[in-house]
Design a protein around this ligand. Sequence first.
Ligand code: CP
Length: 311
Amino acid sequence: MKHLTGLSGISPATITGILDKAALHKDLFLHAENEIPRTLQGKRIVLAFFENSTRTRFSFEIAARNLGASTLNFSASSSSVSKGESIVDTIKNLEAMQVDAFVIRHPSSGSAEQISRITDKHVINAGDGTHEHPTQALLDIFTLRDYFGSLQDTRIMILGDILHSRVARSNIFGLTALGANVGVCSPVSLLPADIASLGVRIFTGIDDAIRWADAAIVLRLQLERTTGGYLPSLEDYSLHFGLTDERLEKIRKHMLVLHPGPINREIEISSNVADRIQPPGYSKSVLLEQVTNGVAVRTAVLEMLFTKTET
Ligand code: CP
C-alpha cells in the first residue's frame, strides 16, 4: 500500500494491522520515558492543507516529527495557488524539492486520488470534499475498539449530516469491513441518494436510533451548507436530531459518544453530553480520547506506508 486515499475496498486485515500498530504507538507517545523509533528519519512530509484544520493537521505534524521526519507546512492562501497556480503544478514543484510524501486536505472530492496518479510520492487523504477522511475513521474505529474490544456485531449509529460528510463515508466502509452494524440517523434531506447501497440501517427518528445503538458518532452540522434549503432552521434540527441528556434519560440508554470535531455546542450535541467523561448520566464522551488516538493512528499510517513500500 503506497497511498491512503480512502477506506473503500480496504481489507479488514489492513485496518487491523494499522490499529494494532497504533496501539503500540499510543503507548510510546503517552509515556515520555519511551523512545519512539525514528523510522522516518530524513524524510520530508508536506502538509498540504487547502482547507482549514486543527486536529488533523497538528496530529499529522506531531506524528511525522515523532518518527524523525521533517514537515513542510503549505497553506493555499500564502502559496502561489493564490496567484492561480494549479494543484498539479504545485505538487510537481514540491516534488522537485525532493519531498517524500503529501498529506492533502482539499475541498474537491477525489483530489487525493487524482494527486496519487501524478506523483510517485506517498499520498494520504486528510479529507477531500464530501468523499473520504480515512484517518479520521481509523481513529474513530480505534477508539471504539478500545472500548468494545471488538467491532464485530456492535451497533454504531452515525448521527447528523450524512450527505456532506466525508467522515461518515469512511466510517461506513471501515466499520462494516470489521463486522459492525452501522446505522445512520439524519433528516431525509441530509441523506445521500445512494445510502441504501452502502449496507447501513436508516433511521429518520433519533429515539429509535438511540434504542438500537451501542455508540453514536455525532457529526458536525455543516453550518456553511444549511442555507441550501436542507433544513427548516437550526432550532428545528437541534430539537429533532440533537443528542441531549434529556433524550438519553428518557430512553434510559447508556451510550458511548464520539464526535470528530469541531463541534457546534447545543446544535448537534449538548455540552453536558459532549463533556461527560465520567458517570453519572447515560452517556460517556470520548471526544478528547479520539484526538489523542488521532496522533497514534496517524503515526501508524505514516510508518506503515513508508516501511511497507520502501524496505
Ligand atoms: N475532525 C477533523 O478533521 O478536524 P479538523 O478539521 O480540525 O482537522
